[in-house]
Design a protein around this ligand. Structure first.
Ligand SMILES: *[C@@H]1O[C@H](CO)[C@@H](O)[C@H](O)[C@H]1NC(C)=O
Length: 276
């Protein structure tokens, strides 16, 4: 009886410990990508998630919370530094999702299969792969952290990893969402010193290649301190079957996400970011 009780306590401790590692690790491993080093709260975290500090050639460029079950990122968090425009097209995957014994740097699929000698089924079990996006229909590979918000060729390259990608309605990807990334962001961040951005997805009901979730929504939010030292924040949300982006206050976006995720009140940024 006592043994049973002990076992119960032990397993619940392990379980709690597990949850903590998952969310606290972005905070402990790469807090620099979050305003006041505060990642979004637990309400966004799915049951089976992985925290990824996106490492490319010895440098961290942004942070991603990855949904292992849906094989898409929940969100990527980065600092807005739109200096680079040239895009490169070498897609990569995340070896550490296969097993923690593999490198923490993103690598090409062929490196993982041929150099690390990982079985393809193991890679496919752990994450989305190139073939998943081979017959995308009306959906493109939608970046969460986009190359257009990065500062050089390396940081741009680091956005071409499938853990930073989710199927995005092609017209939205090339239309209203692109306009948001290029024009609206530029206007909004005009007087900002450092702009912290979190871009995310809400899982939908359909799948690409029967494996990769097609999100029902894409959303983006930002918080910054302006040159006059006042704080500013904003958000947008887009349905992933229309070419339209809706602009919202941070508070409105959080409320919308609270309803959509259904796991309690969502908080994206530290309290210092204005919700109105
Ligand atoms: C970026 O990726 C391209 C294409 O693979 C490569 O040629 C280039 O050297 C990379 N740039 C850096 C700085 O890593």
């Amino acid at each position: 009886m006592i043994l049973l009780l002990l076992l119960q306590v032990l397993t619940s401790c392990l379980w709690l410990g597990h949850g903590e590692v998952v969310t606290s690790s972005l905070q402990s491993k790469c807090p620099q990508f979050f305003f006041w080093q505060t990642p979004p709260n637990e309400a966004l975290t799915p049951a089976n998630s992985a925290s990824i500090c996106q490492l490319y050639e010895n440098q961290y460029y942004y942070a991603t919370l990855y949904d292992r079950k849906e094989r898409i990122p929940v969100y990527s968090a980065y600092i807005y530094q739109p200096k680079h425009t040239k895009r490169c097209q070498r897609w990569m995957v995340e070896p550490q999702l296969i097993d923690l014994k593999y490198p923490k740097t993103m690598e090409t699929q062929s490196y993982v299969l041929h150099d690390l000698k990982v079985k393809k089924t193991l890679l496919k079990d752990s994450q989305a792969v190139l073939e998943d996006y081979e017959h995308p229909g009306d959906f493109h590979r939608g970046h969460l952290t986009p190359c257009s918000h990065t500062f050089d060729s390396s940081s741009c390259n680091s956005t071409f990893t499938l853990t930073n990608i989710a199927p995005q309605f092609a017209k939205l990807n090339q239309g209203a969402w692109k306009k948001y990334e290029l024009t609206t962001m530029k206007n909004m961040a005009q007087n900002c010193k450092t702009t912290y951005v979190i871009v995310g997805t809400v899982p939908g009901r359909n799948y690409l290649a029967d494996r990769v979730n097609k999100p029902s929504h894409f959303w983006s939010s930002a918080c910054c301190e302006q040159n006059d030292n006042r704080m500013k924040a904003w958000g947008v949300i887009a349905e992933n079957n229309k070419n339209a982006v809706e602009e919202l206050s941070l508070g409105e976006l959080e409320k919308r996400l609270t309803d959509l995720y259904g796991r309690g009140p969502v908080s994206l940024f530290n309290n210092a970011c204005p919700r109105q």
